[in-house]
Design a protein around this ligand. Structure first.
Ligand code: IMP
Length: 197
């Protein structure tokens, strides 16, 4: 079966798996690990003796959440939501829609929304007001990256990994047309990179 599938693969439908190697590294695995541990220590101090629900925003924050959750020692559970995505290219459409809701009630809980990038702020403003209606005990935001120069909504993260300029990045969960999420470091996407399908 496997042999047959392999024989059917033609150069046209083989994905360029190593293409990201040409993209410059913005933050190495080591830098991300170190910063995530620091944020974890901060969360431990802020929530000592309490329970926290980390709510990851799919799919971009999945990898950050899994590392951040392992960097804290406070009692912690997970939940995930999904919102309408950034689209295929490097631009957002502006509209945010909930695609997958929380599985568990959050009333009276300490919530930390975990996001890959705080960019225009549209996603996190939407989620924050949505969750506030459910009356959590507290609500904070952890964003691995923050692009303050792109902000359209007035919103800040309580925990920020790194502040970056207005540049499109991929890797460590972040994608371009669903690619490069599994790249272990964070890389700068060349602005003239062709549209992927
Ligand atoms: P916002 O609603 O504009 O703040 O956008 C948040 C979402 O846009 C993030 O969760 C990412 O999925 C996506 N996004 C923003 N900037 C980038 C980027 O540089 N690379 C990949 N995704 C990005």
């Amino acid at each position: 079966m496997r042999m047959l599938r392999q024989r059917n693969v033609s150069p046209r439908n083989v994905s360029p798996t190593n293409i990201h190697k040409d993209f410059p590294i913005l933050f190495s695995e080591e830098q991300i690990r170190e910063r995530t541990r620091e944020i974890g220590r901060q969360i431990d101090a802020d929530y000592a003796g309490q329970t926290v629900v980390m709510v990851g925003v799919l799919k971009g924050a999945a990898i950050f959440l899994s590392d951040l959750a392992r960097s804290v020692s406070v009692d912690c559970t997970f939940d995930f939501v999904a919102v309408s995505s950034y689209g295929k290219g490097q631009r957002t459409s502006g509209a945010v829609k909930l695609i997958k809701d929380l599985d568990q009630p959050i009333e009276g809980k300490n919530l930390i929304i975990v996001e890959d990038i705080l960019d225009t702020g549209l996603t996190l403003s939407f989620l924050r007001s949505l969750f506030e209606r459910h009356k959590p005990k507290s609500l904070r935001i952890a964003a691995l990256l923050d692009k303050p120069s792109r902000r359209l909504e007035k919103i800040d993260a309580d925990y920020v990994g790194f502040e970056i300029p207005n540049h499109f990045v991929v890797g460590y969960g972040m994608d371009y047309a669903e690619r490069f999420r599994n790249v272990p470091d964070i890389r700068l996407m060349p602005p003239d990179y062709p549209e992927l399908h």
